[in-house]
Design a protein around this ligand. Sequence first.
Ligand code: DGT
Ligand code: CA
Ligand code: CA
Ligand code: ZN
Length: 588
Amino acid sequence: MSNAALSAIFEQMADVMEILGQDRFRINSYRTVARIVGELPTDAAAMLETGQLAKTPGIGKSSLAKIEEFIKTGRIKAHQELLAGIPPTLLELLNIPGVGPKSVKALYENLSVKSLADLERALGEGLVETLPGFGVKKAAAIRRGMEFIEKAAGRIRLDQAIVAAATVTGYLHELPGIDRIQPAGSLRRRAETIGDVDILVTTRGGASKDEQTPEQIITAFTKAPFVDRVLGAGGTKGSVIIHTETTPVQVDIRVVPPESFGAAAQYFTGSKAHNVRLREIAVKAGLRLNEYGLFKGETMIAGVVEEEIYDKLGLDFVDPLLREDRGEVEAAQKHALPQLVRLEDIRGDFHAHTTATDGHNTIEEMAQAAKELGYQFLCITDHSQSTSIANGQTPQRLAKQIKEVHKINAKLKGITLLAGAEVDILSDGSLDFDDKLLADLDFVVASIHSALGGAREKVTARTLKAMDNPYVTSIGHPTGRVIGYREAMDLDMSAVIEHAAQTGTALEVNADPSRLDLKDVHCKMAIEAGVKLAIGTDAHSAAGLMLMPFGVATAARGWATKTDVLNTLPLAKLQKLLKAKLTRSPIE
Ligand code: DGT
Ligand code: CA
Ligand code: CA
Ligand code: ZN
């Protein structure tokens, strides 16, 4: 049992108690326990064993007893009693962005709303806006939120898909008779959300004794310990639901003949739109393209490897990251595909938190971890005071931290820390620190953390005004979205990108897989306008720095080359560039 599962139970107990209008004090203490457990450095069971958990501030006697009960029995009686006190479908309402336990309580008590369907009905009848404290605006926001979760239904985050795929490929590697394993579909394209995970395998040819028929492989796969449900299993393909630590995941597996491996990889990597374009080109050339190969009449002219297929169609090889029919087919015909930025090009990270605010590791520990990643630089960007929930720093604390960063830098070998901050963009577009303090920083990430639901003109104006400040290096997580949880701000992205170009402000590509903000298509727009991207992991721990590949993939999906991404600059060049506000002049 994981700390995450335990944390979720405490969170849910707090939610239910709040819906039932129970004791505030206990609700708050459960939320605290949920947060603490979710952030524990090691397994809660191990910490209970050693007595460390009992000494952890914020975990009282009764919570400790519940944790112990959970570890021993896998359940908490108080939790189950709470759940028994409400309709089971009521908690689904909490998945709607902007709907918390208080709203659920009001909807339940006043309108007898017990499920998403009830809420839909109440919205249709115009009842929701009549509730005290609701109004037309909030009702509209709830309606948008419902559309948002409907759209997201069944899709998972990229990091969750990667974990699921690793579980499956690890298992497949151990099966006898399997030769190659190739993840395909949206996962291989590194799309921001994944509907299902597609995996191709080939069997070993020849008469070896551990040779297996495709059917035997599919059968073995459906019997894997992580498989919860078999949706379908046939001669060459199987479709199952597996469980992971965080979510159920649908996995489709196909056994393909070795001589068609390239064609199958091409076909099942997609996207559908990209494949449609390729098939059109094939047809025009009098050829036929499918998952078995590229054919001229009955003769297969390509299909063992993907490259061959593109080549025979007169196209340069298209990186899977670009296969979305966003101009890559034309570019491949004209030999004009971009040379995409790669993880190896990255020399540092522009967004990291420490124990000074809501991070879990000290400045030194973060520096050490960055050094181990082979970086030349790491930018320390703790929160500013307005983000009080994250223990944001006052100007005094930041001033002290800058000195500390410089002191640590003098001792560090092989890596340089940049003194930075993630400064809040306030509601009027002004910044949470004054210019005098900002001038002492090497790198300033300016982010919106409040009133994200504001009107388009308002959130856009705030962002534009922040860019006017000469000390602002980049705009952090520009749209504020949290995938599957919170909608993006209603930003005028064209205006933001134009202003970024005019003011020489970089735009962040937040690499956290629950953000990926800017997203791929916005990265492409920014690059076309000459705006530089600054990838930041937004790490809240040393491990968080390892999210960089998600940011790089997102930038690359937006056609970013090395020169479009500030993280690829050698430190000396970067420092030169940071001295003045970034200019539009190309970085050589
Ligand atoms: P997802 O799973 O919704 O995140 O997106 P994909 O792209 O992984 O889609 P999926 O799993 O339905 O199919 C995997 C790939 O198989 C898809 O990207 C392209 C190929 N494919 C599936 N169905 C069709 C089709 O009807 N036509 C064509 N041209 N390709 C298809
Ligand atoms: Ca898929
Ligand atoms: Ca699929
Ligand atoms: Zn941050």
